[in-house]
Every structure is written in C-alpha cells, then in structure tokens.
Design a protein around this ligand. Structure first.
Ligand code: ADP
Length: 662
C-alpha cells in the first residue's frame, strides 16, 4: 500500500488514479482548518456592527479564499466542504446574502479549477456549474426566508439584528433547498433509476449533519459575544467553544466510523456462515449495497499467477452470475489483482469511453469505479468492484470500507473454495471406494460358492487336509466379504446415500438366529434371555441383523478365554426394546470408550491381536440412528464390556437418507 499512503502523492496511471485513505497529517490539517473557520466566526460575531466596514469585509474575504486555496492544495478537495458551513455563516454576518452567495460561488469555482489542475476531479464544468448554481440558489432561498420572516434587508446588507433567528431561518431554508435541488439534480442525471439510493444523497446528508452540529455553536458564540459585551477576550471563549464544536463533529465522524464497523461486522458474520460460493457472492453484493451506493457490482476470482481472471459474479440491479474471463493484468480488475492495490478510477465524460471488459456495459458508462483486491494474507485471490454512474461517489471512507469488505470476502471465498474442493475430493473417493468394493464382492461370492462345492467333494472323499484348507479359504473369503461390505456401507453413510427399508420386524427371531449361529462356533457359552412378549418393531431386518451380529461377534472376538461367558438380554418397557450384549473379555479403557464408535477407530493395545477394521461400531451406530434408536457402552478394562441398544417400539418417521458427519 506504499504508493497509496499519501493522497497528495497518489500514482496517476494515465487517467487512472490509485487513491487510498487520507494520511493523518491531512486529517489534522482538516481539523485545524475547521478550527480556524470557527475562530473566524467567533471574531466576526464579537464585533459590533458599526465596527465592520468594507475594509474588514475585504480582508476577511481574501483571508477566507486564501485559506481555502491553501487547504485545497495541502489537504485535498474535501477540506473546503468540511468547513464551508462556518464560512457561510461568516459571510452572512459580514456581507449579507448576495455577498455570501458570490463568495461561496467563487470559492467553489476555485476549488473546481484547482482540482482540475491537480487532476483530482473528473467533474465536467457543466456539473460544477450545476453544483455552484444549486448552492447559490440555496443561499438566496435562505436569505429570502430571513428577509420575508424578519423583514431585514439581508440580500445586500449583513445580518445585524436578530442574529440567532436569522441564522436559524437561514440554515433551515438553506438545507431544505439544497436537499431538494441536489436530489433533483442527481435524479435527473441517473434518469430516476434508483430512487432509494439517490433520493437522500450522501452530500446532502453530510451537509445536514454539518449544519446541525455547527449551528448550535454559532448561536452560542453570538449569545456569548453579546453577554460578554463584545470584548476581545470573548474571542478566546469562542475558540474554546469552537474546539468543542469540532470535537462534536469528530464524534459524528467517529459514530459514522462506528456504523461502518457494525456493517463490516454484520457482513463478516453473514458471509462466514455460508460455504456455498454462489450464495456467498449474492450475500456480499446485497450487503455491500446497504453501505455503498453502486449501479454495478463485480466479483472476480483469479490469483496473481493465473493467466486469466474470471468474473464470476456481476450484478447491475438483479443478481446474475456471469462467467466471463479477462486476460491477466487487463482491465481495472486484472490490474488490481496483479498489483494487489486498490484502484479508484474516475471517468471523464468528455474523454473517450473506456473499453474495459470489466465495467458496466450498455449505453451508459460508469463514472466512478473502485476495484479492491481480495487479499488473503499476502495472497490476492480476486477482486471486488463497485461502479456508479455518478462522478465522485466514493470518498476515502468508502474506499476503506470496500477494501475491508474485500478482505473479509477473501477469507469467506477461500473457505468456500476449500470446502468445495474437499467435498469434490470426498465424493470422488467415496465413488471410487464403492466401485472397487462392488468389483471385489462379485468374485468373492463365487469363490465362496465354489469353496463350498469343493468342501462337499473333499468330505465325501474323506480328504481331511483338503476339508481343512477349504475351511480356511471359506473363512478368509467371508472375512474379506464382510470387510468389503463394511467399507461399502461406511462410504455410503458418509456420502449420505445409505438408506434403510423399514417393515414390521420380529426382533427376537433375529437375535435368536444369530445367538444360535454363534453358539456353534464360539469358544465360550452364549446365553440368551428374552423377556417375552416382545412386540414387533418397525425396522430394517437386514440392518438389524448386521447390528446384532456386530455386537455378538465383537463380544466373541474380544473375550479370548474360554472360561468367560456372554449374556444376551432382550427386554422391553413402554416405549423401547432393549438388547444388551455382555461379555467378560478384555474390556476397554475409559478414555477410549467415547472413541469406539468413530470411523476406523480401533483400540490398539498389547495383547490385542484380533483382526478388524474399526468400522463395525461406526456402522452399528449409524444404523441405530436411522432407526431412531441409541447405542451405549459400559466397560471395565480386564473385566468385560456391555453394549446396549434401544429401539423405539412405536412406528416413527425415520431418517431415510442422512449425510453422516465424519
Ligand atoms: P473392529 O472390531 O473391526 O476393530 P469395531 O468398530 O467393531 O471394529 O470396534 C471398534 C473397537 O472397539 C475395536 O477395535 C475394539 O478395540 C473395541 N471393541 C469393540 N467391541 C469390544 C468388546 N466387546 N470388548 C472389547 N473391546 C471392544
């Protein structure tokens, strides 16, 4: 940001000006200038009318104009307008309405030409003339109102009587007239296209704030000047009061800054809450419009190194996504991305039309364009651009706001991009897994079938070693089949494609069948206790079989001693069917207990040579979840473990397809 640090030294790229915020020195100048303005007002108010003669008036007028030019050259265009209310009242007190109008018009003309000279303004002379005319009319309207209400000849003579009332009437009429005229001017220029944004133009709002904060102090100054007998010591008091007035002005500015902060905060919260890129772009556009007036809004994505910059979102009123690419470094957007610098571009109506690819199209060309690079640390990942048909719409605080928004957007866009690519990678991985497992399952099923045939023949031929070998083939094939099925289920669960088929299910029959099957092969006895009658439940019998099998096979696997026993209990209460599988095996350490349901988690400890994948309990828990049931575990290391599942007895809506967080 180095070359942007001083508004007075901003880089001019042909007609493109890189502008950033005002440096602290310029801000200080601005306030000192304001103080001087109020001080002057104090001096004027302290003088008794007969003391003001034409020589005084001339000295004041010249002093004011010199101060304005000085400020303009040293500080920048905004400074004159920040103190103009104070000057305006000073003119009124000294010379009356006509003199005030003439002096203000002269000052504005000088401001315009100095700006032109210093290439700070892209206002056309016509626009400047409108501006000046509008102000002169407002001053005359204010003066006329004073004249009508108070009957004083304020057009050509200074306000000498009823100063407070005069100033009040003048200020009210002036603000009213100025608001009306500015609104008409702006609306006629924008073709009445956007009433909401332009009806209450920024400049008028500012003027109102200025006058509202200045006026009470001008009144206080006048009253004090009178009560102090217009002594010269009153000047000191005026200066102190003027200081307070300035602090109040500063406070208004601070409050405005506070509003900006609030807006930034709100936008930050909103955009960080979404990870979907297209809705993210819409939110950024919508929220930016609440704080910045724009006729066009663009979001471009492209890194410094990438050959092209993609305009991924544009809005010119309604939201629309337009994928358009522009070559690297081209257009204002490309340059902002390449340099990482904010670009503020003001288009002069008289000169040739800009033909950039990243500006509003159509018969009307944008007059003000700001492109803020979206920075993520030191990396530029894209740019935000706001464009307006009005000239000089974006001041330092707007630029600052847009840059902050762009940086916030960078974080949100980066998160969304990472999330999208992660989602894509995950989907691809799951698809691959499910393809591979399908391919493995088919040959395995036939291996098992053929192994059974061979086993039969080997038994008939009484070839005991062959029977044994085939038995190993069968059990290993079963293990691989189980493993692939588990992998397939787990991948479906994480992808959100796992579903259950619900029907009236005889749960005790399932449990009995599995206990019976395992009793034949397990080393240890398995007892079954069913608290009859158990009602039928609404469930997926295939998946419940899987659950019960997982629990009983684990109980068998993790109890290595034949002296232990396994107890299976099935009971029911009013709303739930409960199955518990208790073993007296190796148990699980308390700190590992919460982890056993995680995908691929296995307790790896000495003495556990049992093979497994760490998927069984993960799948079991997911199946239970889809049935509206629960699974819990209690265990003591070296003593044994009990897994309990509970299923609702009532038919209920079941989550058919769930994306499982993992
Ligand atoms: P696997 O048994 O394939 O390793 P599971 O998901 O079924 O996977 O179980 C996860 C882990 O929980 C197992 O590795 C094991 O350490 C532990 N575990 C499960 N059931 C028991 C049990 N009945 N007794 C002791 N530990 C168990």
């Amino acid at each position: 940001m180095t070359q942007q640090s001083d508004i007075g030294e901003s880089t001019v790229l042909g007609r493109r000006t890189l502008v950033a915020d005002m440096p602290p020195l310029a801000v200080a100048f601005r306030w000192i200038a304001g103080l001087a303005g109020f001080g002057l007002l104090g001096i004027l108010a302290s003088l008794t009318p007969p003391q003001i003669n034409s020589r005084h008036f001339l000295i004041f007028a010249v002093a004011i104009i010199v101060a304005e030019i000085f400020l303009l050259v040293r500080v920048g265009p905004g400074s004159y307008f920040s103190i103009s209310p104070a000057f305006l009242f000073a003119y009124l007190l000294v010379g009356g309405g006509l003199a005030a109008a003439a002096l203000d018009a002269t000052a504005r003309l000088i401001v315009f030409y100095v700006q032109k000279l210093r290439r700070r303004s892209t206002q056309t002379p016509l626009y400047a003339l409108f501006n000046i005319g509008q102000n002169v009319l407002s001053i005359l309207a204010g003066t006329l109102a004073v004249r009508i209400v108070l009957g004083t000849a304020t057009f050509s003579t200074p306000i000498r009587t009823n100063q407070i009332e005069s100033l009040l009437i003048f200020a009210a009429t002036y603000v009213l007239a100025s608001t009306l005229l500015t609104s008409i001017l702006v609306l006629s220029r924008s073709g009445f296209s956007d009433l909401r944004t332009h009806l209450w133009p920024r400049s008028t709002r500012w003027l109102l704030v200025s006058v509202a904060t200045t006026l009470p102090f001008a009144i206080v100054l006048t009253v004090l000047a009178r009560s102090l007998g217009y002594s010269s010591s009153s000047i000191l008091v005026f200066l102190v009061l003027a200081g307070i007035a300035l602090i109040l002005r500063l406070n208004v500015d601070l409050r405005k800054g506070n509003d900006d902060l609030k807006a930034i905060n709100r936008i930050g919260n909103l955009i960080n809450a979404t990870l979907e890129l297209s809705s993210l772009f819409k939110i950024i556009a919508r929220e930016s419009r609440k704080v910045l007036a724009w006729d066009g809004f663009f979001i471009a994505i492209g890194e410094k190194e990438s050959p092209e910059v993609q305009i991924v979102f544009m809005s010119g009123g309604g939201d629309e996504i337009t994928q358009r690419s522009i070559p690297k470094g081209a257009g204002l957007t490309g340059k902002a991305i390449a340099t990482g610098e904010l670009i503020h571009y003001e288009q002069d109506e008289r000169t040739e039309q800009i033909v950039e690819d990243d500006t509003l199209r159509g018969p009307k060309r944008p007059r003000s364009i700001v492109v803020a690079p979206m920075k993520f640390g030191e990396r530029v990942i894209g740019a935000l651009s706001v464009q307006s048909f009005q000239p000089d719409v974006y001041g330092p605080s707007q630029l600052r706001l847009l840059q902050t928004m762009a940086n916030q957007a960078a974080i949100a866009v980066r998160n969304a991009q990472l999330f999208e690519s992660e989602q894509k990678a995950r989907t691809e991985r799951d698809e691959f897994l499910s393809l591979v497992t399908h391919e493995i399952k088919n040959p395995l099923t036939s291996i098992r079938g053929y192994a059974e045939l061979v086993e039969l023949s080997a038994r008939e031929a009484e070839l005991s070693s062959a029977v044994e070998a085939v038995g190993v083939i069968k059990s290993e094939a079963r293990r691989i089949l189980r493993l692939t099925e588990d992998l397939l289920d787990a991948s479906k669960m994480t992808a959100g494609h796992f579903s259950v088929i619900m029907e009236e299910t005889d749960f005790p029959a399932i449990v009995r069948e599995i206990v019976h099957r395992y009793s034949g092969t397990a080393k240890q006895p398995i007892s079954l206790d069913v608290q009859e009658p158990i009602p039928t439940i609404h469930a997926d019998p295939v998946r419940l079989t899987q659950v019960v099998e997982n629990l009983i096979s684990n109980a068998v696997k993790y109890s290595q001693s034949p002296d232990t026993k396994i107890d299976v209990d099935l009971s029911v209460d009013l709303t739930r069917v409960r199955l518990s599988v208790r073993d007296e095996g190796i148990g699980i350490a308390p700190e590992k207990l919460p982890l056993v349901f995680d995908r691929f988690y296995r307790v790896e400890e000495d003495g556990r040579q049992v093979k497994g994948t760490g998927l069984g309990l993960f799948i079991t828990r997911e199946i239970m979840r889809m049935h509206g049931g629960t699974i819990t575990v209690q265990s003591e290391l070296g003593k044994g473990t009990v897994f309990t599942i509970e299923l609702p007895t009532e038919r209920r809506t079941v989550l058919a397809e769930i994306a499982t967080p993992c």
